[in-house]
Design a protein around this ligand. Sequence first.
Ligand code: GLN
Length: 596
Amino acid sequence: MSDRKIASGSAYYLPSPMLLSQNQGEEHVKFIVVSGGVCSSLGKGITTSATGAMLRAAGYRVCSIKIDPYINIDAGLMSPFEHGEVYVLEDGGEADLDLGNYERWLSVHLTRDHNITTGKVYQKLLTKERAGGFLGKTVQLVPHFTNEVVNHIFKICETPMNGTNKRPEICMIELGGTVGDMESQPFVEALRRLRYSILPEDFCLLHTTYLPVFGGTQKTKPTQHSCRALLSLGLQPDFLICRSEQPLAPEVKNKLADQCGVQAKDIIGAPNVPCLYQIPVEFVDQGLIDRIVHKLRLRPSVPPMDVPTYETFKKFTQILQNPANPKVRIAFVGKYVTGGSDAYFSVLQTFEHCQLALGINVEVFYLESEELEGANAEEAKAELRKCDGIFVPGGFGVRGVNGKVIAVELARTHNIPYFGVCLGMQIALIEFARHVLGWTDANSEEFDATSTHQMVRIMDADRDRMGANMHLGARDVHIVEPKSTMSTIYSGAKVVLERHRHRYEVNAKYLEDLRKAGMTISAVSDPGAGDNMRVEAIEQPSLKFFLAVQYHPEFVSTPLDPSPPYLAFFAAAAGKAVNWPAECQSRRLAASQRCE
Ligand code: GLN
């Protein structure tokens, strides 16, 4: 919206259109910024999601923006080892995993525009500069970069929330990095400018900090310094979220209030908790949500029916803390399973959704797939045989691929329930071709471009540009076999909407051979496309449970609506029955059906 802008060519503000709209009594957006101090990994993402979830449960339309102050345009080409999972949005945006948490907990669909990076802002400014868009002016960090950020945020707030024609009432903004970092400073300045271009009651700042414990005492000094750093950049926190190993001691709270200019009742303790679902409960119990409602003068609203509430999170916490017996042991055969990275964050969240829905106790046995290829392969195989289900997630690159093939072979030959996602489907196909069809050199073009049986081929001709030819985002999946597991778990739906992230696809020229040997192709993305058909799901009906999908069902799984394929896999592993029609919600139906 062109009238909702800070003038980008000038060092001065125009009268704020937000302010003007408020003067006219229009409903206007409230901003909640979450920053972090002292150190990284304090849980800003969870603070944002938990706060947003509780406001959403109270009936407000809440959207959430993540600011990542790195120069990469998006997370698409970043290593999962270093950065954690690349989360895929409906529009194909490849984003930070925090956006996944926002979507799951706030029950919203976000877009690539909800993830702002330094790279994206510069890309936009430089494109405009090269096109002569600044009319000869010097382009500067302040005000051009900062105004671009603020205007982008305003623009998002004008965009209707998907599924409605209404814009958000609350915009959460998580500022990545730690206050004081050089790279986040332009964003802090942008948020300062945002803060002073709107009314005080339309903005609040939650600053997440850490209280280290020495000699049994919680130390406040790092938090004091961090608040001072924030103040020196022009922002005063309204709330402090204090991470600590221990509950926040009253005298520590008073000291922080005294030193940091935040009222004691607005200082919230965030002790370590065994499960993340406890955080929203803590925030409500400590009065944070009430205080935000008060500070932002939020109008009363009507709570929606289909979002997780305080009670839901409380129930989930109780279930996860008192797990059922016996344990269902799931082998997770991947490439990034050691080293505590968040490479499979959405997958593990989905495991938890299934655990909650089925009332089972899931124990994950993590196995680096390379171990199945090495000296200790026999031991690793013996462990796999003890599992109730075997899971192979998505992945890229040749390392560990043969180990994954061994895991699938073991699942097939021992009739252990198998579920594969994306690469996990391609591997299942290679295994079948090698050991059932007898094509010993069967492979994917990604791993061996010289093999005579390319079961999996690259999708487009544009091979050299990384990221250029990826199949990304929400696409229709057509379920073409009425008597398949896919059809059952999606309640007989013919088309469902799921998210994708892959560059290679099943080679359609082998479909007939696969079918003849007992493989069911139960879903495709384009029925009728002949040799150009893209396979979305394969099954082996002669086995107890063997399903593999090309898409990533974990990206649309939520605590209240777990992903059907994952749920089916866990039910099979646990020997449980599931009430499928009740489990399949309309939001997963294809867009055309959703609108009917
Ligand atoms: N590497 C495979 C491909 O690009 C699988 C991708 C994935 O598992 N996300 O098709």
